[in-house]
Design a protein around this ligand. Structure first.
Ligand code: IPE
Ligand code: MG
Length: 254
């Protein structure tokens, strides 16, 4: 690390002391292909590889400042359906090798998966399920969720479907369900109902949209948009986003 950069990182870390920190940070890792093109690679898959490997570093930085819950958006349901099959195959291959492997080796995290797993090749779904199993009993670990084949609206639809299925099985009428329906009924049927909502969402690459990410969970979240492409996102960018978040929360509570 360059000395000036190291110095600045230390300054930012000290500035975070005493500020409110998010418990849960969600990250939209956008800009892999643009990063690859800008770096002179014709093959955009290089960007995906750097992007997948970069998550490991990001998790380390989060761990260092005490963030114990991270959700990372690896691929949307739309990405799975619309991108060309060679690119999707490569993303799935990276998920099976780089991502699943990282989380098995790094004992600081327990893995969870959110998304429509039936959109994934069975080898990818199985690799993720195995990694979830392998990390399940890690005491004191943080919670890392990989959102893959994920759609926020799709999650709400899946939750409502799950809730209705359950009600039908217990013999309730539709009229009963409608009369008693609460936000909590839907929340309890989300993919990971026990995780707290993310207080902070970070999106890289300068895109100013949520794009169907965590629709239900982000109604009260702060959002930090960062112009850098995901593989170029640095620790200081995370620390700055946390500093802005901390000041905003402090101001709101005063
Ligand atoms: C993010 O990078 C990774 C995925 C969505 C799979 P992109 O592939 O969206 O790269 P850009 O945004 O086109 O540069
Ligand atoms: Mg993109």
């Amino acid at each position: 690390m360059r000395p000036l950069y190291r110095l600045y990182t230390g300054v930012l870390r000290r500035q975070l002391a005493g500020l409110p920190m998010p418990q849960h940070v969600a990250i939209v890792m956008d800009g892999n292909r643009r990063w690859a093109r800008q770096a002179g690679y014709d093959d955009v898959r290089v960007g995906h590889r750097f992007g997948a490997e970069h998550l490991d570093q990001f998790l380390g930085w989060c761990g260092d400042v005490g963030i114990r819950c991270v959700t990372a958006w690896v691929a949307s349901a739309d990405n799975m359906r619309r991108r060309d099959s060679a690119e999707v195959d490569y993303l799935m291959q990276l998920t099976e090798t780089v991502l699943a492997d990282q989380v098995r080796r790094d004992h600081r995290w327990r893995l969870h998966v959110a998304g429509q797993l039936d959109l994934l090749p069975s080898s990818t779904a199985n690799a993720l399920k195995d990694a979830v199993e392998a990390t399940r009993d890690r005491a004191d670990a943080g919670d890392l969720t990989i959102a893959i084949g994920y759609s926020g609206r799709g999650e709400v639809v899946d939750a409502v479907r799950g809730m209705l299925d359950e009600a039908a099985m217990s013999g309730q009428s539709l009229a009963d369900v409608a009369a008693g329906l609460s936000e909590d009924d839907i929340r309890q049927h989300l993919y990971l109902p026990d995780l707290p909502d993310p207080e902070l969402v970070i999106r890289t690459s300068g895109e100013l949209r949520m794009s169907d990410f965590l629709l239900w969970q982000t109604t009260r979240s702060d959002i930090a948009f960062c112009d850098l492409y995901w593989p170029a996102f640095r620790e200081i960018d995370l620390l700055r986003a946390l500093r802005t978040y901390g000041h905003r929360r402090l101001d709101r509570n005063q």
